[in-house]
Design a protein around this ligand. Structure first.
Ligand code: G1P
Length: 290
């Protein structure tokens, strides 16, 4: 019997410099993919996987994320008065319940590992999910995090989503070295954060969804700097691998790196084309452009 995973951590402290000037006054996590902010897509994914508590590690100028996950009483009242039931229901569907969100601040941009460590007291001594909101996953049916949960219910330990990329892209990611298992779950032998070109042990990247055991916090406590001088979650996972198993899951679905402009725009197209209410008109518009 594995310990259930109830809490998810969302590191949302990044400055979003790649999207300036759009992100000058607005957090990058509030950029919209179709009609929902990026962060809402990722929170929805976590909720669909059974997550009950949503922990945001924010930074300065991110207050609007907290507002987004609160009620907007005047707006709700106006929508009700005008009979806009669909819009009201959409707002309600995206809202975590009372007491289901927590916010803490990273204060200094010391790396992803440091951001996760900032959530240690809010997570406590239980396994947790970690979702990087730069990465959106389009799946048919079971979400990426729910697929990890399925594997975790059999394996326990730590579980991470991986996917294969071409050789020339491996240096941009955390990479796992695996022993292939049956099906889509593989045993992790080693990991490396952003290996120099041509040195990656495999083409499987760590794509931004993790289920981690709380002992990761003890390792992060040491605050050791790694690739790029930052405190890396991958380095802490390498240490944890010495005492705990990690399973790499080749998930079903398509990921979009919304930290890049092209990836973000592609996500908008792909998610819009999946919507029956938008698809025909959007296809007509795209045709006009080509
Ligand atoms: C982070 C992780 C890296 C992972 C990537 C996925 O890197 O450190 O291991 O592969 O996210 O997007 P970042 O994109 O923050 O540089």
């Amino acid at each position: 019997m594995t310990t259930p995973i109830r809490k998810a951590v969302f590191p949302v402290a990044g400055l979003g410099t790649r999207f300036l000037p759009a992100t000058k006054a607005m957090p990058k996590e509030m950029l919209t993919v179709v009609d929902k902010p990026l962060i809402q897509h990722v929170v929805d994914e976590a909720r669909a996987a059974g997550i009950e508590h949503f922990i945001f590690v924010t930074g300065r100028n991110k207050g609007v994320i907290e507002d987004h996950f609160d009620r907007q009483v005047e707006l709700e009242q106006t929508l009700r008065e005008r009979g806009k039931i669909e819009e009201l229901e959409a707002l309600e569907a995206g809202l975590p319940g009372p007491g289901q969100t927590s916010f803490t601040r990273q204060q200094s941009p010391l790396g992803l590992g440091h951001a996760v460590w900032c959530a240690r007291d809010l997570v406590g001594n239980e396994p947790f999910a970690l979702l990087l909101p730069d990465v959106l996953v389009q799946s048919n049916g079971t979400t990426c995090l729910a697929q990890l949960m399925d594997v975790y219910s059999n394996t326990g330990g730590n579980v991470i989503a991986v996917e294969e990329v071409p050789d020339e892209a491996t240096h941009q990611y955390g990479i796992v070295d695996i022993t292939r298992g049956e099906g889509n779950g593989h045993s992790v032998k080693g990991m490396v954060e952003k290996p120099a070109p041509g040195t990656a042990p495999s083409n499987f990247i760590i794509m931004g969804r993790y289920l981690l055991q709380p002992e990761i916090f003890d390792i992060l406590e040491a605050q050791e700097g790694g690739a790029g001088g930052e405190i890396q979650i991958t380095d802490a996972m390498i240490r944890l691998l010495e005492s705990q198993p990690f399973t790499a899951v080749e998930y079903q679905g398509k990921s979009f790196d919304c930290g890049s402009k092209a990836g973000f725009l592609a996500a908008n197209l792909a998610f819009a084309l999946q919507r029956p209410d938008l698809r025909p008109e959007l296809l007509r518009e795209i045709k006009k452009l080509s």
